[in-house]
Design a binder for this molecule. Structure first.
Ligand code: NAP
Length: 248
């Protein structure tokens, strides 16, 4: 099975690093034109440069509907439309339940939930024009269980992404738009490394049936499949990729 995204235009948020960056690279390698969007426009642009043609870097703050609309508008104007959206922008606080502040709670939901909502709604409007679309939202094993590293706000936000994904999938299917979520376990990125010690990461890795951390490129491969025509009968789903950490 070969994934061919030639002629498709993809927007990836959180694309300056980690899962988002690998996803943008894999979508690009499969033939898509890719907009790499992130909070810092310079880091987004720097991630786009090695891809050469068919790639641009854009600044976006997914908490702000205005900047999300500007991002989708800029991509549609430059490339003629938007076919694929991958929402990788996310934040995690490792704070324990009793110590979570109102600010942290609100920030987590602003990025991880409202940010996904803004991007999905804005991209879906563009996708409806073409009658075809693929949206892949980043939830987490946390969305189905409890986060290994993150606090209750992270777990709750990732569960919210699953509900948002299902509801959007049901309403957008008649317009040719599929909406799915991926639920990674512990993946070797900055998010994992900055929120615990190397020793604890190693111990977590050893505790999984597949005794290592996931790699961002493995998550990117799953996302590319969901963004392709091979996934034509999949919508409203949540796809686990966690080395067997959670089996349900
Ligand atoms: P990461 O390495 O921390 O990358 C996330 C990116 O999102 C960063 O470049 C970050 O920019 C950007 N971002 C943060 N807030 C933003 C905002 N308001 N607007 C636009 N961009 C923003 O994370 P990752 O590990 O690749 O994770 C990607 C997604 O997968 C996240 O949703 C995460 O929750 C989810 N996930 C990760 C894991 C894991 O183990 N790594 C597991 C399950 C799910 P700054 O660095 O400038 O803040």
């Amino acid at each position: 099975m070969q994934i061919d995204l030639t002629g498709r235009t993809a927007v990836v948020t959180g694309a300056a690093q980690g899962i988002g960056r690998r996803t943008a690279e894999h979508l690009h390698a499969a033939g898509a034109t890719v907009a790499l969007a992130d909070l810092d426009p310079d880091r987004a642009a720097a991630a786009a440069v090695p891809l050469g043609t068919r790639a641009i870097g854009l600044g976006v703050d997914v908490r702000s509907r205005a900047t999300v609309d500007a991002m989708i508008g800029a991509v549609a104007q430059r490339f003629g439309g938007v076919d694929i959206l991958v929402t990788c922008a996310g934040i995690l606080y490792p704070t324990r339940f009793q110590e979570i502040t109102e600010r942290e709670w609100d920030q987590t939901f602003a990025v991880n939930v409202s940010g996904v909502f803004h991007c999905c709604q804005a991209a879906a409007a563009a996708m409806r024009i073409r009658g075809w679309g693929r949206i892949v939202n980043l939830s987490s094993t946390a969305g189905k269980s409890v986060s290994t590293l993150g606090g209750a706000h992270y777990t709750a936000s990732k569960a919210a992404v699953l509900g948002l994904t299902r509801a959007a999938a049901k309403e957008l299917a008649p317009f040719g738009i599929a909406v799915n979520a991926v639920c990674p376990g512990l993946i070797d990125t900055e998010m994992a490394r900055t929120n615990t010690t190397p020793e604890r990461l190693e111990a977590y890795a050893r505790s999984f049936p597949i005794q290592r951390l996931g790699r961002p490129e493995e998550v990117a491969d799953l996302i590319c499949f969901l963004a392709s025509d091979h996934a034509a009968y999949l919508t409203g789903g949540s796809f686990d990729i966690n080395g067997g950490d959670l089996m349900i």
